[in-house]
Design a protein around this ligand. Structure first.
Ligand code: FAD
Length: 498
């Protein structure tokens, strides 16, 4: 039998590594709560992860097996568990972040020294980092060129879905790890450290892992929910995606990000569904813009892979600027302003609506992510790392590569980033992308009774007008025009142009 180690692939269908393991004989699946990974987690993501794991466990149970759940360092847990199960091999899918690669190298060494075979597969993206390069053999740093090659590439079909016969049954699992029904046992035969524990299907509560219950809605989890969401999106909304995706109140995007982050749907399966939608659109004589709209959606899937390869080739960008400025950027980093931004109390309605959506739903619309990120870096002149850290804590879909890519784009420090002199005006952005202020009113209740015009003119109103219109809502904490000039100066100094 073979032991499959689930990480960011909480699914049984279209799982390349699991399909390979199951194809050779019986497989058993394990998830390991690694203290080093938990150090970087948050209440919201632990909740979302546990929800995803509960659905995965049910998928194993539907196949008369169960999910092994371990706690401890994978370097020690996996060799001892493989040994206890008498596994021929430990199999996983590659994860491309720097931290994951270090961990996987350590696990490889531990398995090698224990004499246990191991195998890593390419699964998380359609085209693996390193496989798409410029003609000179370098990684791409400009998205448009990357996209052209990405879209021309052949893609693999979804991997086969294992069934009951492919898995070790739950009783055999319990016998192998020596557990009573649902109970835990030490993974190490020598009694080991208390943290190295393996349970059959028994998931911890957030408190057992040192986290609190999330104070935000994290959304549905699991493969069926992901498929339902994608099917619904591809059957209608996708045709208007190109024209509506920038308008946060239109709910025009797929909301697939957390499903993709946790790997609850395979990217081959998702991409194949978009290809089918495109064929149907073409054969049913839909207007050209409907077909282009599907391609625009595929372009977002390619952005995900673009940033995955940026991070793969440049693991240091998690904390360092991708694009260095000769003199370094002198961020202002005013802690009160940053705190007001986090609370959604900047007095710029579209910014505050976004920050409050984040707090309530552990999600934020893409256009609004761009607006709030621009506001933090170019109106508050705060280091993008403050924003990245906050998003990392609050987003259910936090993905190191995409989050970092998004922040460095907004801060003009990234690959293919927004030029430093392009500074969003938060009021005109609000007016353009939320003209009726429907999104703002949804998340900023203080403004619900106001006309959209008044909301979009909030920065120009007098103190008395503001007090009469929405006494609870703050005045702008900074003057955009002034800060815009200061930002330009800040970047020019950083470029040595002073
Ligand atoms: P859709 O528009 O339906 O897109 C489909 C899928 O394509 C998304 O689910 C996502 O997987 C991918 N995608 C879309 N846009 C991007 C993009 N710009 N970069 C990379 N992948 C993309 N996305 C995350 O998945 N995790 C993050 O932590 C994250 N942080 C971000 C931070 C900032 C500052 C910015 C500007 C963007 C960030 N994004 C992040 C990208 C994007 O905002 C989200 O992927 C998107 O809003 C998710 O909604 P959706 O699934 O409805 O997207």
């Amino acid at each position: 039998m073979e032991l499959f180690w689930h990480r960011r692939d909480l699914r049984i269908a279209d799982n390349v590594g699991l399909a390979a393991a199951a194809d050779r004989g019986k497989a058993a699946g394990v998830f390991v709560f690694d203290p080093d990974v938990l150090d970087h987690a948050s209440d919201v993501r632990v909740r979302r992860l546990l929800d995803g794991l509960a659905v995965l466990r049910d998928a194993y149970r539907d196949r008369e097996s169960d999910l092994l759940v371990a706690r401890g360092d994978p370097e020690s847990v996996l060799p001892s568990l493989a040994d206890g199960l008498d596994a021929d091999r430990v199999v996983w899918n590659r994860d491309y972040t720097g931290l994951a690669r270090e961990r996987d190298a350590a696990v490889r060494r531990a398995l090698d020294s224990a004499g246990i075979a191991r195998e890593a597969h390419h699964d998380a993206v359609l085209h693996e980092p390193g496989s798409i390069r410029t003609n000179a053999g370098d990684p791409y740093s400009v998205y448009t060129y990357y996209w052209r090659k990405w879209t021309d590439r052949e893609t693999d079909p979804p991997a086969a879905t294992p069934d009951s016969a492919d898995f070790l049954d739950a009783e055999a699992l319990r016998a192998a790890v020596g557990a009573e029904d649902g109970a835990s046992t030490d993974a190490r035969t020598d009694g080991g450290v208390a943290a190295d524990r393996v349970a059959v299907g028994d998931l911890p509560a957030p408190g057992d892992l040192g986290f609190s219950e999330a104070d935000a809605e994290v959304g549905l989890a699991g493969t069926e929910a992901a498929r339902d969401r994608l099917d619904a999106f591809l059957s209608e909304a996708v045709f208007a995606y190109g024209k509506d995706r920038d308008y946060p109140s239109r709910e025009a995007t797929s909301r697939m990000s957390a499903f993709l982050k946790y790997g609850e749907i395979g990217v081959r399966e998702a991409y194949e569904a978009t290809e089918r939608a495109m064929e149907t659109a073409e054969s049913s004589d839909r207007p050209e813009e409907h077909v282009e709209s599907i391609e625009e959606f595929q372009q977002q899937l390619a952005w995900r892979e673009f940033y995955a390869q940026v991070l793969y080739h440049n693991p240091e960008v998690v904390t360092a600027n991708y694009k260095t400025y000769e003199e370094g950027i002198e961020w202002r980093d005013d802690s009160e302003e940053i705190a007001a931004w986090k609370r959604g109390e900047t007095g710029y309605p579209i910014v505050d609506a976004g920050m409050r959506q984040l707090r309530e739903e552990a999600f934020m619309h893409n256009r609004v992510r761009m607006i709030v990120a621009s506001f933090l870096t170019k109106d508050l002149l705060a280091d993008w790392r403050h924003g990245y850290e906050h998003f990392r804590e609050r987003l259910a879909d936090h993905d190191t590569a995409n989050d970092n890519g998004g922040w460095q784009w907004a801060a003009s420090t990234g690959t293919d980033a927004q030029p430093y002199f392009r500074i969003f005006n938060p009021m005109t952005q609000g007016e353009r992308y939320d003209p009726e202020a429907a999104y703002i009113k949804e998340y900023v209740p203080e403004m619900r009774g106001l006309d959209a015009d008044l909301i979009h003119e909030w920065h120009e109103l007098s103190t008395t007008q503001r007090a009469n219109a929405a006494p609870e809502y703050p005045a702008p904490i900074v003057d955009h025009s002034e800060r815009r000039e200061e930002a330009l100066e800040m970047y020019k100094r950083a470029r040595g142009e002073d």
